[in-house]
Design a protein around this ligand. Sequence first.
Ligand SMILES: Nc1nc2c(ncn2[C@@H]2O[C@H](COP(=O)(O)OP(=O)(O)O)[C@@H](O)[C@H]2O)c(=O)[nH]1
Ligand SMILES: [Mg+2]
Length: 338
Amino acid sequence: MSFFNKLKSRLFKSASKLEEGVDAIVGDANAVPPDAVTPAPAPKPGLLDRLVGRSGGDPAARRALDDTMLEQLEDLLIAADMGVQTAARVTANMAEGRFGKRLSGAEVRALMAQEIARIMEPVARPMPLYPNRPQVVLVVGVNGSGKTTTIGKLASQFRAAGKTVVIAAGDTFRAAAVEQLQVWGERAGVPVLTAPEGSDPASLAFDAMTKAAESGADLLLIDTAGRLQNRADLMEELSKIVRVIRKKDPSAPHNTLLVLDATTGQNALQQVEIFRKLADVTGLVMTKLDGTARGGVLVALADRFGLPIHAIGVGEQIDDLAPFDPEEFALALTGSES
Ligand SMILES: Nc1nc2c(ncn2[C@@H]2O[C@H](COP(=O)(O)OP(=O)(O)O)[C@@H](O)[C@H]2O)c(=O)[nH]1
Ligand SMILES: [Mg+2]
């Protein structure tokens, strides 16, 4: 299966939501003639009811692009977690020069994909690699967002690309977190430096810097805890890690990756705002895009913050981390054909 098809099948919830939604909106035209002199049509289920669940119907239907249709498309994008501003931008761009044109569902989706890809193009950038040895990658995000899993996947990819990688298990809060990372290290074939449960993550990070430098490692990936109950504590913990690693290399960390869980929808936007205050976030990884209908939030993130999106998580296996390709993502999200 090509990666596009895999992505499309993984993003099926978002894709089917937009696909069925657009088809329902386009099919809606014939049901509501604007200046109908004829008797009112029989009562039918509300449009939004039909957007959820069943297929929108006739794929051959066409509808002239007008204000009503644009509003419906905007609502659909908002329902897919794209956010009000971004949804408005996408539909406004879709309308430009096309007002009054009769479009099929497939054409509307292709147009939508094109405008979504345009928003995402500038932020689609792989994690930059620098000549520093080790290049230090600090991974932050709330609990459960997928930090540890993403580190395991990244370690495996970098190793496959010929890099030597060391992982520091900086979430010393729970013993289980360290064990989980050790399992990932084994899978990826990468050493994992650990410290006893409850010990200071900053001193672990310092030791890891020393060991990574001694062994001539290309990359040091540092996992962190993501407890947000107490923001001041988390900020203190992260800034202490940063202070300590800068004693070894003033230019570190070279990347601070914020890992976000797509299933949290609009919450992800707040998390970016919070973590940008806690740390100097340089790029994003969005996980769990498989099996969520909230994939649109990635478009809102790109539009709102302009932070680079390095990769997306589409499953729990080691190779389920994909580079972020805006065009493929937009086509998959809208249920369009590549
Ligand atoms: N379906 C899916 N699950 C994921 C993905 N990334 C992480 N997970 C799961 O999310 C849960 C939390 O991940 P974990 O890496 O422990 O999060 P952390 O607390 O931020 O370190 C685990 O059950 C992972 O298997 C993804 O891209 N897709
Ligand atoms: Mg973890």
